[in-house]
Design a protein around this ligand. Structure first.
Ligand code: CP3
Length: 395
């Protein structure tokens, strides 16, 4: 509890002192000078990145490092976005992918849940397909559908369309993170990217899929092409995460949302090497690396092995069992079923208590949902949940 009150005041104070009214109607501080462009390429070894002391000492980063915390830190996957009326308002008339390229809008949307819920970390507002769009892949996000790719990647010739990503491809990311870290004060910012398998699932299928038959056909039928595709995506993903860390993100999460579709042996052989390459590429920065997927109960050990410092767990495996599967030396993140938030307050608290009890023996625990906030979730239920976890775990 103690940890959270001063931080909330910081945000408010900054809001009063520094925020002007921007031409778009958004309340943001003016960028002081041009945002610094990240300079590290995908192949260079990065220097360690230590965030400012107050951020470094935040409950969230401490829990990721498995250090003692004043309270269990909380953030929610998809906290920035569709569940918030203030988000729907600022997004009106702006297509999803365009919204990701406007630094002031990105900053505002990223800050909204921090202001409203008092979460312990912000997550950069973007989408996993943004780096692919940035290197010229002909994709779009169709409302009510999700990411669709005009010409799916099915052959070696298609693979040649996936070029390297450089910081100059995503100047809006560097600029937005520069704005954000100033506004956030001590609250850490989580950068993120889609993992090679989950990105490949969209690129090869061409649209959201439940069965991944085209992706798996390539994985089983042309393992060399598959390996080259995932390796290419690993380089793009690593470069994209480096831009975010260089700009000021103090943790990163790799979303392998759909990896749960794979058997462990296939994951180990055909996916893990690419994800491990991503984690390895950013290891030198010293920022916590979180690895998350849905339905990955059978893969938790391997997802830790890939090089994560924190393993994200969905609601299907209790955290005391998850820690046995992951092994020592890693923190866990999770894992309240997002659907629980539709139940009455007492039920939410009882289910949250179960998560906290299962987490009692962990070396480090970051409280989260087992997957993203659902669109029709009552935002007040999220605010109450943060408060509940903070008070229950204050030490
Ligand atoms: O809040 C919103 O969801 C509205 C904005 C939006 C995002 N992505 C933000 C986002 C929209 C409309 C999308 C499109 C999209 N992208 C879909 C459509 C269905 C849907 O859920 O809205 C899908 C499936 C994607 C692909 C995608 N994006 C995946 C698989 C992930 C990983 C997280 C997950 O849900 O498994 C993302 C990341 C993502 N999309 C984030 C945001 C703000 C960042 C992560 C986070 O905030 O936790």
């Amino acid at each position: 509890m103690q940890g959270k009150t001063p931080r909330r005041r910081t945000l408010r104070r900054q809001g009063a002192a520094h925020r002007g009214r921007h031409a778009t109607g958004l309340r943001l501080s003016r960028p002081r000078g041009r945002a610094r462009l990240a300079t590290v390429s995908a192949n260079e070894t990065p220097a360690r990145h230590q965030p400012p002391t107050a951020t470094h000492d935040s409950a969230f980063l401490k829990a990721c490092r498995r250090e003692p915390v004043p309270h269990t830190p909380v953030w929610f996957m998809r906290q920035a976005g569709r569940s918030l009326p203030e988000y729907r308002k600022v997004r009106e008339g702006i297509p999803m992918l365009e919204s990701c390229t406007r630094p002031e809008l990105v900053t505002e949307i990223t800050l909204q849940p921090v202001r409203r819920h008092d979460v312990d970390a912000a997550i950069y507002y973007s989408d996993i397909v943004v780096p692919l769009k940035a290197i010229g892949i002909d994709l779009d996000i169709k409302p009510g559908v999700g990411p669709v790719v005009e010409r799916p990647v099915r052959s070696r010739a298609d693979l040649a369309r996936l070029r390297d990503l450089t910081p100059a491809d995503v100047p809006y990311v560097t600029e937005a993170i520069g704005l954000l870290t100033r506004e956030l004060g001590a609250t850490p910012l989580i950068g993120f990217a889609g993992a090679p398998f989950t990105l490949a699932s969209y690129l090869v299928e061409g649209a959201p899929s439940r069965t991944y038959e085209n992706a798996k056909a390539m994985m089983y039928g042309d393992p060399e092409l598959w390996a080259d595709l995932l390796d290419r995506l690993a380089d793009i993903t690593a470069a994209f995460l480096k831009v975010q860390i260089e700009a000021g993100a103090s943790a990163v999460q790799l979303f392998d949302s759909w990896a749960g579709a794979l058997a462990p042996a296939d994951y180990r052989r055909s996916v893990l090497p690419a994800s491990a390459k991503v984690f390895q590429a950013v290891a030198g920065y010293g920022v916590p690396r979180i690895h998350f997927g849905v339905g990955t109960g059978e893969l938790l050990g391997l997802m830790g092995e890939a090089g994560a410092d924190v393993v994200g767990v969905d609601w299907r495996v209790p955290l005391d069992e998850a820690v046995r599967r992951v092994g020592p030396g890693k923190a866990l993140q999770g894992n309240l079923d997002p659907a629980v938030l539709f139940a009455p307050r007492e039920a939410v608290e009882a289910k949250t208590r179960e998560v906290l009890d299962a987490a009692a023996g962990l070396e480090g625990h970051v409280f989260n949902l087992g997957h993203g906030v659902m669109p029709s979730t009552d935002p007040d239920a999220l605010t109450r949940l943060v408060e509940y976890v903070h008070t229950q775990t204050a030490r």
